[in-house]
Ligand binder design. Structure first.
Ligand code: ATP
Ligand code: MG
Length: 249
């Protein structure tokens, strides 16, 4: 399919700007249910009254599934962090404020984060059954909450508008669950890039929310195991290390 303004090019999905709207175009190989799930899940986030670009339509154009939503003009937070490293602290503060406002929303119809994690961990074939049992037991002991969790809350998925407002996109992984698990996942995503930035993010989150650090850290082996499901060789070493940490003091 030919669109001129490519905003982001991926292997199986690309985003284009057309007529003032953002169109996410999926590869012909992409599973139809996965496209429809992404659309429904994003719409459920809208129903939770989170401040997100509105979903406008789901179509098939030249045999490819497309999700059209409102376009948010700006740069991603990842681009800004790279361009202005001195402002990192301010960016992390803003990022945490946005994440806290997301966690204040609810939608009881969304998939439960705990169920999703159980499924991902059960699907793993790269850890032995004893380890799997250990992680699932740990997960079972975690408190169940029903806060809206973005699920992939990283600087690439945050757009900063000209007026300085932060808007999160890419809601396919959103669930309802324990906010600390969502924060542990963001920590992990940041740490795969820069551990110092991840540590600072966690300090800011814990200070702003009044959460004990080890409460978040205790989720790390679980979210690290779930991330192994993505099968990215470059992440394996660090993730395996986190899975093996038993207790954070
Ligand atoms: N509504 C939007 N307005 C402006 N830019 C957008 C919008 N949606 C997506 N983008 C841009 O396109 C990029 C890719 O979109 P998105 O994050 O939804 O897909 P993805 O990362 O390819 O998907 P996934 O993480 O699910 O594999 C975003 O990082 C953002 O820069
Ligand atoms: Mg994304």
């Amino acid at each position: 399919m030919k669109f001129d303004n490519c905003i982001s090019k991926g292997k199986l999905k690309s985003v284009y700007l057309k007529d003032g709207k953002a169109i996410k175009v999926f590869d012909k190989k992409y599973n139809k249910s996965d496209v429809l799930y992404e659309a429904l899940n994003t719409s459920r986030v809208e129903d939770a009254k989170a401040d997100v670009p509105k979903l406008l339509s789901v179509d098939v154009i030249d045999g490819q599934w497309c999700i059209t939503s409102e376009y948010v003009e700006g740069s991603t937070l990842a681009e800004l962090m790279k361009a202005h490293p001195k402002k990192m602290d301010t960016y992390l503060q803003q990022m945490v404020d946005l994440q806290l406002s997301i966690h204040s929303k609810r939608n009881p119809l969304m998939i439960r984060l705990k169920d999703k994690l159980i499924r991902q961990i059960n699907d793993l074939d790269c850890i032995d059954s004893t380890k799997k049992y250990e992680i699932l037991t740990r997960l079972n002991g975690m408190h169940e909450h029903s806060k809206l969790c973005h699920g992939d809350f990283s600087p690439e998925n945050i757009i900063v508008t000209k007026s300085g407002k932060l808007v999160a996109v890419d809601w396919v992984h959103a669930t309802q669950g324990n906010a600390s698990a969502d924060v542990a996942r963001t920590y992990l995503l940041l740490a795969l890039n820069d551990i110092a930035v991840a540590d600072r993010y966690l300090d800011i989150f814990c200070a702003k929310s009044g959460t004990a650090k080890n409460y978040v850290q205790n989720w790390l082996p679980i979210v690290a195991a779930a991330q192994l499901d993505k099968k990215r060789p470059e992440e394996k070493e660090l993730l395996t290390k986190w899975i093996d940490v038993v207790n954070f003091e």
